[in-house]
Design a protein around this ligand. Structure first.
Ligand code: URP
Ligand code: ZN
Ligand code: ZN
Length: 463
């Protein structure tokens, strides 16, 4: 006996059609009109959209950062993801300086083991190529372990930042292997100088986190990393958390020249802004201290357009939650000590659907593309994930397009004592979520088993 999701509108990047979805065990057995219900458990999806489970390719679970550890571990982060209609995350294993990548891989697998509620993959964040670049060979080992994307930080000097030589050497290797380099693009050393000037002038409050990280510092880094990729023979690059028009234009310019450059933005940059969300009294702005920072509202329309026009291929969250009461407050009196990051994995699908599809900024099909299909393709797991088709994993969201929901910290699953989207009203929400055929969310409640999520071995994408 299988599960037959009957009578919904099945959506893919290519189109939408009334169809039934038959699930057999962990995979989809068939998608089509009028599948015979005999012998199957039937889920009535009339009036619903049936979507491939969301894939959030940018999360930081259980991550040591800023003198503390992100507030959601693999259990809580993936539980929250599932409730919001996301059935897979790709998290970052961080290589510690002086230690091989293989060690970081083991450490992050252990963090997820017994805790992940949905499937997960890992990017490897490279901080150190070792003496004589000996750990460049770890790149090959990581690819063999199912890591097809490597992350570098051009920001956070003395913590995670790598120099241009390291980027170049890494890219030479990823180019040979066909792997992807994901880039946090900001000019870390110049930002550091601006930060020191601000502190010396007595500007210590959280708003100065945003004011000391200008858009041009992001755009410059995008420009430079594109040049480094060209120098390395055309290595594939994916710019993470593009936050402003200036940086997005650098991505577009590279694409116009035919270079293999892709990018994502994140929900916060699409719906929040300095004008609307910062400048609050006291220390409240610390809730919005993430990197890149919130930008002026003028950036939102160009970013939405870039998502619609495929200049940016993906919308992710950069979910990196810290509690206000005992974590963000580490930076009272000095904004540089505020742990950088915000919560969001639970709300991505709701916000992109409501502010994207309902607001007429993108089609339903593009919504599915930027939240599921393109992530699966770019990060090497398509068609196993990211599409509802025979043979694919049965990661399915039954989405109620009429469900009204108000985002509130008090009712969220993420482990922060605030929401950066507090009070946002959305229409459209996950009603049922299936992960590899198993019902894991029903009516906003997680009903799956903790630890059932599996590591996904990703392939280096072709082409
Ligand atoms: O503020 C952020 N984004 N924290 C997580 C680390 C990063 O830069 O992605
Ligand atoms: Zn980053
Ligand atoms: Zn991040």
């Amino acid at each position: 006996m299988g599960t037959l999701i009957k009578g919904g509108k099945v959506v893919s990047a290519a189109g939408t059609a009334l169809a039934d979805v038959l699930v057999d065990g962990e995979t989809i057995a068939a998608v089509g009109a009028g599948i015979d219900a005999a012998g199957h458990e039937v889920v009535d999806a009339a009036g619903m959209l049936v979507l491939p489970g969301g894939i959030d390719v940018h999360t930081h679970l259980d991550m040591p950062f800023g003198g503390t550890v992100s507030a959601d571990d693999y259990e809580w982060g993936t539980r929250a993801a599932a409730i919001g209609g996301t059935t897979m995350v790709i998290d970052f294993a961080l290589q510690s300086m002086g230690h091989p990548m293989t060690e970081a891989f083991k450490t992050w697998r252990a963090k997820a083991e017994g805790k992940a509620c949905i499937d997960y993959g890992l990017h490897m964040a490279v901080t150190d190529l070792g003496r004589g670049d000996a750990w460049l060979d770890d790149v090959d080992k990581m690819v063999a372990e199912g890591i097809s994307s490597f992350k570098i930080f051009m920001a956070y000097p003395n913590v995670l930042m790598v120099d241009d030589r390291t980027i170049y050497k890494l890219m030479e290797r990823t180019k040979q292997l066909g792997a992807l380099v994901c880039v946090h693009a900001e000019n870390g050393t110049v930002i550091d100088a601006i930060v020191q000037e601000a502190l010396a002038a007595g500007h210590t409050g959280p708003l100065y986190h945003a004011l000391t990280r200008p858009a041009i510092a992001e755009a410059e880094a995008v420009h430079r990393v594109v040049a480094l990729s060209e120098l390395a023979g055309g290595a594939k690059v994916y710019i993470v958390h593009v936050s402003c028009e200036e940086a997005m234009r650098e991505v577009a310019a590279a694409q116009a020249r035919g270079l293999p450059v892709m990018g994502e933005t994140c929900t916060q940059y699409l719906v929040l802004s300095i004008e609307d969300d910062m400048g609050k009294p006291g220390f409240e702005d610390a809730k919005y201290v993430f990197t890149p920072p919130l930008r002026e509202k003028r950036n939102q329309a160009p970013l939405w357009k870039a998502v619609k026009d495929n200049v940016l291929q993906v919308v992710s969250t950069d979910h990196c939650p810290f509690r206000f009461k005992d974590q963000k407050t580490l930076g009272l009196g000095n904004f540089t000590k505020i742990p950088n990051g915000g919560p969001g994995v639970e709300n991505r699908m709701q916000l992109v659907y409501h502010h994207g599809v309902n607001a007429g900024r993108m089609s339903l099909e593009r919504f599915v593309e930027v939240t599921a299909e393109a992530p699966a393709k770019i990060f090497g797991m398509y068609p196993r994930k990211g599409v509802l088709a025979a043979g694919s994993d049965a990661d399915i969201v039954v989405w109620d397009p009429e469900a009204a929901y108000t985002i509130k910290a008090a009712t969220q699953a993420m482990h922060t004592d605030y929401s950066i989207f507090e009070g946002f009203e959305v229409k459209g929400n996950a009603r049922q979520v299936y992960s590899r055929g198993e019902l894991v969310v029903e009516g906003g409640r997680f009903v799956g088993a903790v630890g059932r999520g599996r590591y996904v071995h990703r392939e280096v994408p072709k082409g």
